[in-house]
Unconditional design. Sequence first.
Length: 406
Amino acid sequence: MLQTQDKILAFLEKAKSFMADSELGIDGVVFSYNDLSLHESLGTTSHHPRYKMSFKWQGQTAQAKIERFKWLTSRFGSVTPVAVIEPVHLSGAQITNVTLHNASFVKLFNLKAGDTIEIIRSGEVIPKFLRVIRELDGCYEFPKECPSCQSPLIYDDVRLLCQNTESCPAQQLRVILNWIASAEIDDLSAKRLQEMLTLELVRHMADLYRLSVEDLLKLPLTKEKMATKLFNNIQKSKTLPLVSFLTGLGINGMGKASWELLLEKFVTLDALYTAKLTDIVAVPGFAEKTAQQIINGLADKKSDIAKLFEVGVQPSPFRKSLISASAPLRGQTFVITGALSRSREEIQKEIENAGGKVVGAVSAKITALVTEDPNSSSSKAKKARDLGIPFWSENQLANKLKGLSS
Ligand SMILES: [Zn+2]
């Protein structure tokens, strides 16, 4: 199709923004005639066929020698490499840093200090690695320790990871954001929190409660009205439900629903702290691995909790669910499996409304396996049979819900 000059220019602009957003280094485009008969008739020059024309953005690539690597821990714990290069000028700016996406990049291209690489920059975008021009002998190296917290790193074939999610300063943003979400502090966005961390107004979630209106006025674009609003929102979150308090601590593997389930039995923070592994495992839905995680997690969070108490954070006691003592399935636990006449969610809701719970795994603690296929050979059915757990059909469940014996 014949294109006008305007269309070609518009396309180049589009290509430019595409390459700016792309993970790949792209430094130009190739135009070609679609009409194959023209391919023949146009012939070739000494370099290239005339039906094709390449277009490169001028002055947008440069060669540079790598001086060293900087490794930075992201807020999710991945440690990403930045090549520090001998300064070069590119598209009107002096470039000294080139981001390399992830550790596998360094391995793939065997990048080392002293190697010469080609880099590209388009528009206002940070420069990107394009290819290796000259390579020194030797082998790339990964850092052994997290640059933020010095704990050992693991490599998952793509990224280097810091597993110290609890106290790695670089990961603190995410930890505090989890608290903010759980304590439902309005108007405190990730951007604002980042600004607080940068200004060193906050290092720990407890520090939020020490902020004055004056402190908050130091945040960019924050005027009196917003600062006061933020201050009030933060202070208001000092009293929060115990479930939110625990969820906000960010213990591995424990979301709000799991804490709710656990608090049905333990009710207070003290009770949780004195619970032994066997006590937690006795609660339906908690396997030994999770129970151990909870015990370890709570032990790790002791100092966080102390800091929160110190600034006046007060979790309110857990209120047991308001399901009456006469609810027909109160205290009973079920596993649902196989094809049923209604959606699993619908049946689960019915069980929960009657005071029961639905869990994923069959254990000796469950009341019954809800299934329409009493001869099922699924692993859940087999296990239930081995443990002597009764099988309930939908009909039987319906009768129990009505309070009938079977
Ligand atoms: Zn770390």
